[in-house]
Design a binder for this molecule. Sequence first.
Ligand code: GDP
Length: 137
Amino acid sequence: MEKTLSIIKPDAVAKNIVGEILNRFEKAGLKISATKKIRLSKIDAKNFYEVHKDRPFFNDLVDFMVSGPVVATVLEGENAVFKNRELMGETNPKEAKVGTIRADFADSIDANAVHGSDSEENAKIEIGFFFAKKEIF
Ligand code: GDP
C-alpha cells in the first residue's frame, strides 16, 4: 500500500474545515495512518519547502505556512499519492476542477488549503519530516 503526506494549511484550519477535508480522504478510500496538529517554526517551513527556495514566492509561502497551526496527515491506500493530488485539485484554485478541495475551499494560490506529496519518493521524505515510525499505523 502506498503512503502520502497531506497538510491542511493554516487557511483551512482557521476556517474549521479539518474534519470536512479528512472526510473527503476517507470517502475516497484513503486511510488515515497518522495525524497531528502542529505549528511550524520558520526554520521548519523553510526546510520543508527547500526545493522552492529560489522561487519569487518562497518568503510569502514560508510566512503563510507559519501563520497558524496546520494538520499533517499520513494517508494510505492504492495510488495514494495520485489520489490525494486528484482530490486536492490544481495549485491555483481558479484552475482547480469543481468538487476538488482547492476549488471548494481555497481563496488564492498562496492560501490554497492543502499540500500533498507529488511522488512516492517525496512522500517518504515528507512523512519523515512530521512523524516518527511509531506514530504511523
Ligand atoms: P503544490 O504541489 O500544488 O502545492 O504546488 P507546488 O509544490 O508547485 O508549490 C508549493 C506551494 O507554493 C503551492 O501550494 C502554493 O501555495 C505556492 N505556490 C506555488 N506556485 C506559486 C506561485 O506562482 N505564486 C505564489 N504566490 N505561490 C505559489
